[in-house]
Each structure stands twice: as C-alpha cells, then as structure tokens.
Design a protein around this ligand. Structure first.
Ligand SMILES: [Zn+2]
Ligand SMILES: [Zn+2]
Length: 281
C-alpha cells in the first residue's frame, strides 16, 4: 500500500469515527442528519434549488430544507421586484427604467421562506455559523449573473448590533468569496444609525429610516471601482439602495447587489414606483 493510499484510508477511518462520536445534526432543528444525505427525491427541480439541497444537506435536514423556492414569475429584470402588466422585454419596473438608477443589477438567490429562510434565521439569530460556508458557496455560484466585480462589500451592522451578535452574517457569507479570490472590504461601510429593525415599516418609512445611515470609510478604495454589495436578506431594497448611494457618491463606477434571499413585500410596480425606490435624486 502506497503512502498516499494509506493516508486516504486513515482520513476515511477518522471521518467515520468522527461521525460515530459526533453524529452531525441539523443546525436548524437539531435533529440527526441521515448517514448518506439524500435530500432530493424530486425529478423536476430548479437547478438552484438542487444546488441548495446539495450544499445544505451536511448542515440541514430534509424537513428544514423543504419549501425552497427561487424568485420567478413576472419580475423586473434589473432588481427582481414583482411587476404586472409591463410589456417591455426584458421587463423593467418604473424605478429601473430611470437612467440614473443607483443599483446596476440586483440578484436574489431564493425567496425568503422555507429552507432558505430557516437557514438565514438560524445563522443570524441562533448563531449557527456552520450554515454560512455553504450559503456563501451558493452566493459564489450566482456571482457570474452580476458580471465583473472589483470589490465585494458586505452590508454592515450597526456597532451595537455587531457587539450583541458577535458577527455580521453578511461578512461571514463573503468569506467564501474571499477564499475564491475576490477582494472583500469587510469594514468599508459604516452603519451610523441602528436601522436593523425595519420589520413592520412601510417601504416609504424604511427609505426614510436608512437615509444618511451609512458612510464610506475609505473613499480611495471605492473610486472608479465596480462594487458588489452582499446581504443575507433583501426586503424593499432600501438598505442596499442607501449603501449604493453613498458608494456612488464616493466615486464608485457602478454598484450591484447580491442577496441570499428576497422577501416579496407585495408592493407591485405601481406602488413601488410612487415611493421613488432606489433612484438617484
Ligand atoms: Zn432540521
Ligand atoms: Zn426594477
């Protein structure tokens, strides 16, 4: 038996013993995971949902992964907001038709429900950091939809929130992108006001809430660069838009955004348009 072969046997035996001693558990519900992950019993399945099941199977059980959906149906091709009755091809919402829009492109991987929502909540509120690497790999798999990126910037938490939680989930998600060779500026943006708890606010109130909330710490890193903002959840886009606005004012060539999941708020194009969205004003 060669040296390399012996080594590979040793690795196999060690990982077998490790599984016996520390059987892996679902990071969402705590249940034991099956010995061989086989979460997929469906033949017609979206490629990205399949990727979710494959990536998450070592850290999530089948029941917790259920209800994984990608954003589809009539949506704006730029920002992904659901729209109705727009005959443009590719479809665009009123906000994204404006030539001076802030965000070049916004990609959300999943809908914020079922498996992806469980993953996000367990990572963020229950400190299950083992969920971050597979979620980051899923983001990495979608980055080509954005195009060229010079610099990746996670959406920051307010310092008080960061101290309480101990980590910024968007930063953890970006660690995979960093390992894959992307430049990531973890502390480039500063959140001056704690605007995290936006739940229950209307889109208009959210936009007002985040105005002036962000600051670019090192403008020289931004000038002339193509920037990708990363966040775990997108709701109305007001946070991403506020970050995009300060980055553009600091001289960024363009700003796009990648979110793990999007929560559709039920705002359709008409209501969305009236609130001036993420347009530069
Ligand atoms: Zn579970
Ligand atoms: Zn749009």
């Amino acid at each position: 038996m060669g040296n390399a072969q012996a080594k590979s046997y040793t690795v196999k035996i060690l990982s077998f013993l490790r599984r016996l001693l520390f059987p892996p558990r679902c990071r969402v519900c705590g249940g034991l995971l099956p010995w061989e992950a086989s979460a997929v019993g469906v033949s017609h399945i979206k490629e990205r949902c399949l990727a979710f099941y494959q990536e998450m199977a070592p850290v999530m059980c089948g029941a917790c992964m259920r209800g994984t959906k990608v954003p589809e149906g009539g949506r704006c091709s730029i920002c992904g907001v659901p729209i109705e009755g727009v005959s443009l091809d590719p479809p665009r919402c009123g906000v994204c038709m404006a030539p001076n829009r802030i965000l070049e492109k916004v990609v959300s991987l999943f809908l914020y429900e079922g498996g992806p929502a469980h993953g996000v909540r367990s990572l963020k509120y229950h400190n299950k950091r083992a969920l971050a690497p597979p979620m980051g790999r899923l983001l990495y798999g979608a980055i080509e939809e954005i195009g060229a990126v010079d610099l990746v910037v996670p959406v920051p938490l307010h310092l008080s929130r960061l101290r309480k939680r101990g980590f910024n989930q968007a930063s953890l998600l970006c660690e995979v992108l960093e390992k894959k060779g992307y430049a990531v500026a973890h502390d480039l943006l500063l959140r001056r006001r704690n605007t995290d708890s936006q739940a229950g606010l209307s889109r208009k109130a959210r936009l007002k809430n985040v105005q002036g909330a962000f600051e670019v710490k090192e403008k020289r890193l931004v000038k002339g660069r193509t920037i990708l903002l990363v966040d775990d959840v997108l709701t109305t886009g007001s946070t991403l838009s506020a970050c995009g606005r300060v980055l553009r004012s600091a001289g960024a060539e363009s700003v796009s955004a990648l979110a793990f999941a999007r929560r559709d708020t039920g705002f359709l194009q008409s209501a969305y348009h009236k609130t001036a969205g993420w347009r530069a004003t």
